[in-house]
Design a binder for this molecule. Structure first.
Ligand code: C5P
Length: 427
């Protein structure tokens, strides 16, 4: 068994507080090493504790002091440095890691890993650790394509090493092709995914997210300020926990989270149809979308010209007749209840006043198991914001007030509750 530290420091906004959170970052000697501090930042922002081990060549490309400052820990380079080993010996460094990331991994480092070499600190750590290893290669395209490198990659994959990238693009060496190290944010996301406990394996989570767009004519539409961030954070977190995730998304530039099936829609009617198609296999439904309650009765085939508007008073005004859209959540709630209630149904309530009373009304009207209420009058929460302050409103227990937290952390809290409900219902 690996030895472990007895006490593990926790950070305030970790999504699952009992998660493994220690990452050993190995930095190889390539130009992409300059992104090391950014990667440390991306990892610490997610609540990971990061320690860095560099190859001697990496020192040419990145300042150890920058890594030390960002990680809050001393940086290791030498295998047999008496002072450094006195503080924490290298085997312990390998043992205590919950995951090792090598970024950038050069062709030479991949060859050494494949060959089982241990002639410096980083290669020794890689041989000694029992933690999962994630590798982000970066090199010249011809070095990456070389059969020797590809054979090493193949071998490492067979041994269970995970890879992220390399991406294609312009390379520092002047060539164009595969060889760029993946973006630090993408690497950090993979780290999170590899370490997340797969507590939603076997579940299918259907989520609506973003606003809808209800066209008036080919140019104009009625829409709202929903960014989709909350729903996308729930989708990403559910996928990390091993669920099958279907994300029905209104128009938003947000990237599709890893491992998520995305269905893009524009109008409430399209969202309604997509949900109807996907619902049968869903064990969990989360309605995080800001669905337009109304749509223009008619969609003009051509752009409405102001010259053509008489207005009822002959004053050039335009009267719009709006008709109601289907309430997707209410239908899902009713259908789930009729089917026996095994599916967990969660709604959202965004209100600027009487928040909890409105959420409680929605809970019963829409037959939800839980309504997540958020006060959109707070500047730092709600629409477009990266953080949210919510209250979980339940049919049969006290409201739970959550502190202001990043949307991914709220997503984690919500999924903890959903998991507990599903466990009860499977029993
Ligand atoms: O009634 P209200 O729009 O405030 O309810 C919010 C909740 O209902 C959200 O979960 C939202 O996704 C859902 N909803 C829906 N279809 C609608 C309107 C709201 O699914 N037409």
């Amino acid at each position: 068994m690996s030895r472990r530290f007895e006490s593990r420091p926790q950070t305030a906004d970790t999504v699952q507080k009992s998660d493994p959170r220690r990452v050993l970052l190995g930095i190889g000697g390539g130009i992409a090493a300059y992104k090391g501090p950014e990667l440390v930042r991306a990892l610490t922002a997610r609540g990971f504790e990061v320690r860095c081990a560099l190859t001697a060549a990496a020192l040419e490309f990145v300042a150890p002091l920058a890594l030390q400052t960002m990680s809050g820990h001393g940086v290791r380079v030498a295998l047999f440095d008496r002072e450094e080993e006195g503080q924490i010996d290298h085997i312990r460094l390998a043992d205590e890691a919950d995951l090792v990331v090598v970024a950038p991994a050069t062709a030479d480092l991949l060859a050494k890993m494949a060959g089982g070499h241990a002639d410096d600190l980083l290669t020794t750590l890689l041989l000694a650790t029992r933690a999962p290893v994630l590798v982000a290669p970066a090199m010249n395209v011809n070095m990456w394509d070389h059969p020797a490198t590809q054979a090493n990659v193949e071998l490492l994959r067979e041994r269970g090493v995970s890879f992220v990238g390399p991406d294609a693009g312009y390379l520092a060496c002047g060539w164009e092709g595969a060889g760029r190290m993946s973006d630090p944010a993408v690497i950090a996301e993979r780290v999170e995914a590899l370490l997340a406990p797969r507590t939603l394996a076997g579940e299918t989570v259907l989520i609506t997210a973003g606003g809808t767009r209800e066209p008036l004519d080919p140019v104009r539409a009625l829409t709202n300020r929903s960014s989709g961030k909350m729903g996308f954070a729930i989708a990403a977190a559910a996928a990390r926990r091993g669920a099958e995730v279907v994300l029905v998304a209104g128009p938003t530039p947000l990237p599709t989270p890893d491992g998520v099936k995305r269905v893009d829609v524009e109008t409430a009617l399209e969202m309604h149809e997509a949900v109807a198609t996907e619902l049968a296999s869903a064990t969990v439904f989360v309605g995080a979308a800001a669905v337009a309650d109304f749509r223009p009765e008619r969609r003009a085939a051509h752009k409405i010209k102001k010259e053509s508007l008489g207005g009822s008073a002959g004053d050039g005004s335009l009267e719009l007749r709006l008709v109601p859209n289907p309430d997707i959540l209410a239908e899902v709630g009713a259908r789930s209840r009729a089917e026996g209630g095994a599916r967990v149904v969660v709604g959202f309530a965004a209100e600027s006043r009487d928040l909890r009373a409105a959420a409680r009304r929605k809970l019963s009207q829409k037959q939800c198991d839980l309504v997540v209420a958020n006060d959109i009058s707070r500047a730092e929460a709600g629409f477009e914001s990266d953080s949210n302050a919510v209250v979980f409103v339940w049919p049969d227990r006290d409201d739970e007030v959550l502190e202001l937290a990043p949307k991914p952390a709220i997503a984690g809290e919500l999924l903890d509750r959903i998991e507990a409900l599903r466990r009860e219902r499977r029993r």
